[in-house]
Design a protein around this ligand. Structure first.
Ligand code: 13P
Length: 255
C-alpha cells in the first residue's frame, strides 16, 4: 500500500513565542503548495504551542508537542498532561526522543506509558527509537531497536498503530552532520517493519509510517525518502528556518 510521506520538525528547546510566530507565519505560506502531497507538522516547545496552533489553524501544517506525561493530572512538577495538550489543539506528540532518554531518564517503560496516555487523549504519538554509536559498532543495532519497539508498544492494540508514527533516529546522526546512508537507513527501516510484522501482523506493519531522523537536510532528504521503507523525516536543525524546512519538504516529496 502507498504510505503517506510525513515530515515533522522537532524544534527542541529553540524559539520563543515571538520567534515561533514569525516562523509559523512564514511556513504557513511557504508550505501551502504541498497541501495534500505530504503530512507536515512542527513541534515547538510547550510555551510556543498555543501560538503555533493559532497561526497554523486551517492550514496544512499540523502542530505537535515534544513530550506528554502519562498521568491524567496530579503532583508531577514540570510535566504536561494529555488533557492540557488536547485542549489547546495539539495533534501530535513526540515521545522518547534520544535526548530525553539520554538526559532525562526516559526508559522504554516510560515511553510505553506516555504512548498509551497520548492515545487515550486522542493525540498521535511520534515514538522515537535509535541506537548509539557504541551499539552500532558493537553490532547491537537490531537487538536495541527490537527491545525499544517491544517496550514502547507493549499492550498497545494493533488498531492504534494507525495513529502512531515511528521515528528511527540513530543517536550518532543527530545534530552531527553524519547521516546514515540511504542504504544503511533503509536496511534498518526494513528491520523495524519486520519487528512490527511480528508484533502486529503484515497489514499493520505495511501501513506503519516510519520516519528517519538525524541530520536530514534539504540536500539528502530526496535520497532518504526515496527508499522503500523510509516514509519521511523528523527534522531538527533544518526545521528551524522556513527556507530550509520548505526546501526539505519539497525535495522529500520530489516536487
Ligand atoms: P538534527 O536534524 O538536528 O540532526 O536532529 C534530528 C532530531 O533529533 C530530530 O528529532
Amino acid at each position: 500500500m502507498a504510505r503517506k510521506i510525513f515530515i515533522a520538525g522537532n524544534w527542541k528547546m529553540n524559539k520563543t513565542a515571538a520567534e515561533t510566530r514569525a516562523l509559523c507565519e512564514a511556513l504557513k505560506t511557504s508550505l501551502a503548495p504541498f497541501a495534500g502531497k505530504a503530512e507536515v507538522a512542527v513541534c515547538p516547545t510547550f510555551t510556543s504551542l498555543t501560538t503555533a496552533v493559532e497561526i497554523l489553524k486551517g492550514t496544512n501544517v499540523k502542530v505537535g508537542a515534544q513530550n506528554i506525561h502519562w498521568a491524567d493530572e496530579g503532583a508531577f512538577t514540570g510535566e504536561i498532561s494529555g488533557a492540557m495538550l488536547k485542549e489547546i489543539g495539539v495533534e501530535y506528540v513526540i515521545i522518547g526522543h534520544s535526548e530525553r532518554r539520554q538526559y532525562f531518564g526516559e526508559t522504554d517503560e516510560t515511553v510505553n506509558k506516555r504512548t498509551a496516555a497520548a492515545l487515550k487523549y486522542g493525540l498521535k504519538p511520534i515514538v522515537c527509537i535509535g541506537e548509539t554509536l557504541a551499539e552500532r559498532e558493537g553490532n547491537q543495532t537490531e537487538a536495541v531497536l527490537e527491545k525499544q519497539i517491544r517496550g514502547a508498544f507493549a499492550g498497545i492494540p494493533a488498531a492504534a498503530m494507525a495513529d502512531i508514527t515511528i521515528a528511527y533516529e540513530p543517536v550518532w546522526a543527530i545534530g552531527t552532520g553524519k547521516t546514515a546512508t540511504p542504504d544503511m537507513a533503509e536496511a534498518t527501516h526494513a528491520f523495524i517493519r519486520k519487528v512490527l510484522t511480528d508484533l502486529f501482523g503484515a497489514a499493520v506493519a505495511d501501513a506503519a509510517v516510519i520516519q528517519y531522523g538525524g541530520s536530514m537536510k534539504p540536500g539528502n532528504a530526496k535520497d532518504l525518502v526515496a527508499q522503500k521503507d523510509i516514509d519521511g523525516g523528523l527534522i531538527g536543525g533544518a526545521a528551524l528556518k522556513a527556507d530550509s524546512f520548505t526546501e526539505l519538504v519539497k525535495n522529500a516529496i520530489g516536487a
